[in-house]
Write a protein that binds this ligand. Structure first.
Ligand code: CMP
Length: 139
């Protein structure tokens, strides 16, 4: 089915000027950027976005990192966009990511792993709504 998913190009990637290289991976896989903005999150905004991880030992480090430099928030659209996006990103830990995936090529560590992507339709809807209004989604 035609789906939309939420994607973040993370601070480690924007810092290394990898935005275009990462967008190209998505577009080459058939995903279309239907919304995109570059923003610098506060730690509190990052904490709200990642609140499901609030009890994890890496939560504070994760929020610090996500507020350490600009991110690029995106909505990607395509057939099976959620699964396709996860395939193109590769495993969370770059050491486990398949060759050719974004994380295999660009990620620096499990924490600084270049991209985030929604894991299910329900989370995609919540994450898209956190960053974008309906008027900003241009299919
Ligand atoms: P993401 O898909 O953005 O969702 C939660 C993030 O937590 C994950 O990607 C990783 O970047 C981060 N994360 C997961 N495990 C660890 C860990 N062990 N140490 C630091 N960060 C982690």
């Amino acid at each position: 089915a035609l789906e939309r998913t939420f994607s973040i190009i993370k601070p480690d990637a924007t810092r290394r000027n990898l935005t275009g290289a990462i967008v190209k991976k998505f577009e080459d896989a058939g995903l279309r950027v239907v919304a995109q903005k570059r923003i610098h999150l506060t730690k509190a905004q990052a904490g709200e976005f990642y609140k499901v991880h609030a009890e994890r030992p890496f939560y504070d480090e994760l929020c610090e990192f996500m507020a350490s430099a600009p991110i690029v928030a995106q909505v990607l659209e395509g057939e099976n966009a959620i699964a396709k996006n996860r395939e193109v990103m590769g495993a969370t830990n770059p050491a486990d990511a398949e060759a050719g995936t974004i994380r295999a090529e660009f990620a620096e560590s499990v924490g600084e792993n270049s991209v985030h992507g929604s894991d299910a339709p329900e989370t995609a809807a919540v994450e898209i709504a956190y960053f974008f209004s309906g008027l900003e989604l241009v299919g």
